[in-house]
Design a protein around this ligand. Structure first.
Ligand SMILES: [Zn+2]
Length: 186
């Protein structure tokens, strides 16, 4: 069974361990040669390799990605991304770019993917996301203005939903689901 498929079937602590192992194996496979000079690398510790030629040291890199729950009155924005497996609707998400703060990333992703402007960006929580080596960081924000204009390559549908007409939402254990559940309770 693949890691993603195991999500609903094993205990959280085992899932977290499997995720960490997956990230380290991925790193091991992608750090066989020094990216600076091309020499085969040497393992120096569980999560450290060193180039015997130029001394370059390598550790597993983690790429931050954001998730944002946008509130508009009694509704929230839910979208279906083309790369989602299944038919559920989730939150706007995207990768942090070089030189950006997390808040700038949240604003940019929302603008690029939906055409909306937002404010009151506040931190919610985070979750390791080993697909292959990300950290998912969740934020809550409020809608300010704009009509939804979906970025076609990334999203196939999206709109504001109230508590009474929610579509299928992400599965338990995911940060997105935790954020939606938090909104439902509050
Ligand atoms: Zn080297």
């Amino acid at each position: 069974m693949g890691l993603r498929a195991s999500y609903d079937h094993i205990d959280r602590c085992f899932y977290d361990q499997a995720g960490k192992a997956y990230e380290i194996i991925y790193w091991d496979q992608h750090s066989r040669f020094c990216p600076v000079c091309g020499t085969p690398t040497e393992q120096k510790g569980p999560i450290m390799k060193k180039c015997p030629e130029c001394g370059n040291e390598m550790f597993p890199a983690v790429s931050p990605a954001i998730l944002v729950l946008i509130r508009k009155g009694e509704e929230i924005l839910l979208v279906h991304a083309r790369n989602f497996r299944g038919t559920f609707h989730g939150l706007v998400a995207g990768f942090l770019e070089t030189g950006e703060t997390l808040e700038q990333c949240v604003e940019r992703e929302v603008r690029e993917e939906t055409g909306l402007t937002i404010r009151n960006i506040t931190y919610f929580g985070n979750q390791p996301w080993p697909y292959p080596s990300n950290l998912m960081i969740g934020f809550i924000a409020d809608y300010v203005s704009g009509e939804i204009k979906l970025q076609d390559e990334e999203l196939s549908s999206g709109s504001f939903f109230s508590k009474d007409n929610l579509p299928e939402i992400p599965r338990k254990l995911s940060l997105a689901r935790k954020m939606i559940d938090w909104w439902l309770e509050n």
